[in-house]
Design a protein around this ligand. Structure first.
Ligand code: NAG
Ligand code: NAG
Length: 573
């Protein structure tokens, strides 16, 4: 009798273990309240379908991080030995246990998932609001962005089954609110037909002086003179420079030709860029549809990184989550390629506090993966000084995303030519999500000592400091819809510095050496003295003077602007 009972129990035990109870919910993520600028417009319709992303806990990111630093730190025995796609995916792939318990959860609820990342750590799952609300104990509501009227379905908190803790990293979009104001460049002088200046290229590197016109209008020639950027054509076809495009910003080839004909008369005005699209992206060539940001980004890559194969990567609107969803998709798209570009520049971003911590961490890990593969990832640092991606009301400083991520390179802005000073809008500060990486410990501690008690309590002294570097960002001449004009923003600075790295990569590849890859361990060590330190100006915001630009690193201009000749030596050319 007794033993028969025991047998039965033993027989059913494995079954019990393998079908965990998924209804014991534990709070997983929440935000303090509705973000500034949004209002709750009431419950979301129960039958509205949500296209959710499940981020699974990734395999062994700690070891991948060690690998990233080993291949990116000058002097390390593995320096330059970037990982392959397969090697990276081995680290990222979730544990078998994770995949199987998440699959069980899906099956138990009649859900099917599509794997949308190469390593299998990201799933796409659709379900109605009613089901999502009960599975995750969430209160999905319609939130309206007051200024734009844009509506999105979000919840301020959600739970996950306790059995999925340690396996399901996040469900998205839930508590992440998109910022409808990606930091686009500010048009600082009317884009008008008259402003074109034909500054003929003087290609004699030893005798070039910076023309005085560069004090009021920045052109590719000004940048070549100021930073010593070569005007000669790159030679390596395997070298690539990627330019991210979002929110229906189209890069116009005819405008590029007009720009080159006037401002780079030494190269063919028909120099073209390649196009890649995802999420239904396109690159409409109707001249009136040209985007200021997209044109800026393509004119200051093709027009500065002379001869480097440049690709505009246009992310369309076939996703549910505004600019952020594009951020996830473009990175998974590039991780899926066997030869992603050696340099990627992105002039979009948003305030860190609008994004869920888990999601921010996942995106940051994606930059880690691309970096380990040998891609340098540059982002504009934001245009609101210490107040975030755009100027706005704030009592404590607002860091931007992804500049707080330690695995990418954040680019701030400068203005003027003698001396080059900090642009007052240059986004900079300290992350609240990501701790200070060791590569910048010494540079940041020196800055904090210099700063003393200024701005005490307004920023997180233990967070990752940004930007890392800077470049010109004011009075930058571009062509939009066949008209010349000038723009301002860190949106200018990121493509400019990306072009410098792309040209260095061209020479490295030609010399049989690996491309630069993740830049920061180099920039904060042997690279620092190859930059022009910017020591004046500041980035005011939140009713303060912001941070000052000082000798050495500062959270306004980073380590400084490019000196091509010195960088060439520093990278071993
Ligand atoms: C470049 O400038 C230097 C210094 O003025 C001069 O000696 C040299 O001849 C010039 N080279 C060319 C090719 O014009
Ligand atoms: C400050 O930054 C650290 C990371 O270095 C983070 O863990 C902490 O939560 C942040 N503090 C606040 C108040 O956001």
């Amino acid at each position: 009798m007794f033993s028969a009972k025991l047998l039965t129990l033993l027989a059913i035990l494995p079954l019990v273990l393998s079908s965990p109870v998924f209804n014991n919910l534990v709070l997983h993520e929440q935000r303090d309240g509705v973000p500034d600028g949004f209002v709750n417009s009431g419950a979301a319709p129960a039958d509205q379908v949500l296209n959710l992303r499940f981020g699974l806990v990734q395999g062994d990111m700690a070891t991948l991080e060690q690998k990233l630093f080993a291949v990116s730190t000058p002097g390390s025995p593995e320096f330059g030995q970037h990982l392959t796609k397969e090697e990276v995916e081995e680290f990222v792939r979730p544990a078998a246990e994770t995949t199987s318990i998440v699959n069980e959860f899906l099956a138990a609820n009649g859900l099917t998932a599509t794997t949308i990342s190469p390593a299998g750590d990201m799933l796409s799952v659709s379900m109605p609001v009613s089901q999502a609300s009960s599975l995750f104990d969430a209160d999905f509501s319609v939130f309206t962005h007051q200024e734009t009227g844009q509506q999105s379905v979000r919840t301020l908190a959600y739970s996950i089954p306790a059995a999925l803790s340690g396996h399901l990293d996040f469900v998205h979009p839930t508590i992440t609110f998109e910022n409808p104001f990606a930091h686009l460049p500010v048009v600082s002088s009317p884009i008008s037909p008259s402003a074109a200046q034909n500054i003929a290229g003087n290609n004699n590197l030893t005798s070039r002086a910076v023309p005085s016109s560069c004090a009021t209008t920045i052109t590719p020639t000004c940048l070549q003179d100021l930073y010593g950027i070569p005007t000669t054509k790159a030679t390596q076809s395997s070298n690539g420079l990627g330019v991210s495009g979002f929110i229906q910003q189209f890069a116009n080839q005819a405008d590029l030709s007009t720009f080159l004909a006037s401002l780079r008369p030494d190269i063919s005005s028909s120099t073209a860029f390649a196009l890649q699209t995802l999420d239904g992206g396109e690159n409409t060539q109707t001249r009136a549809d040209a985007g200021t940001e997209a044109n800026l980004d393509i004119q200051y890559t093709v027009g500065v990184a002379t001869g480097v194969p440049t690709t505009f990567i246009s992310v369309g609107n076939n996703f549910q989550d505004g600019a952020l969803e594009g951020f996830l998709d473009i990175i998974n798209f590039l991780l899926g390629e066997s030869n992603p570009p050696h340099v990627l520049t992105t002039s979009y971003g948003q305030n860190e506090n609008t994004i869920s911590r888990a999601l921010a961490n996942n995106l940051c890990n994606a930059y880690m993966q691309l970096g380990a593969r040998g891609t340098s990832i540059l982002f504009a640092s934001g245009d609101g000084g210490v107040s975030g991606s755009q100027s706005g009301r704030c009592t404590t400083f607002v860091p931007t995303f992804p500049s707080g991520c330690p695995f990418m390179t954040s680019v701030g802005a400068t203005t003027g030519i003698s001396p080059e000073t900090a642009a007052d809008f240059s986004g900079g500060g300290f992350s609240n999500f990501f701790a200070q990486p060791s590569y910048q410990a010494s540079a940041v501690s020196t800055f904090l000592k210099t700063l003393g008690s200024t701005n005490k309590g307004k920023f997180n002294t233990t967070g990752r400091g940004f930007p890392d570097i800077s470049a010109q960002g004011e009075n930058v001449e571009i062509v939009v819809d066949n008209k010349f004009g000038t723009v301002a923003g860190t949106s200018c600075s990121s493509p400019i510095f990306a072009s410098v790295f792309a040209l260095l990569n061209d020479e490295l590849v030609a010399a049989g050496k690996p491309p630069l890859g993740f830049l920061n361990p180099f920039l904060y060590s042997t690279g620092a003295s190859a930059l022009n330190d910017v020591t004046s100006g500041s980035n005011p915001g939140c009713n303060t003077n912001g941070f000052p630009a000082v000798t050495g690193w500062d959270p306004v201009t980073g380590l400084g602007t490019p000196n091509f000749a010195k960088l060439r030596t520093a990278v071993g050319l």
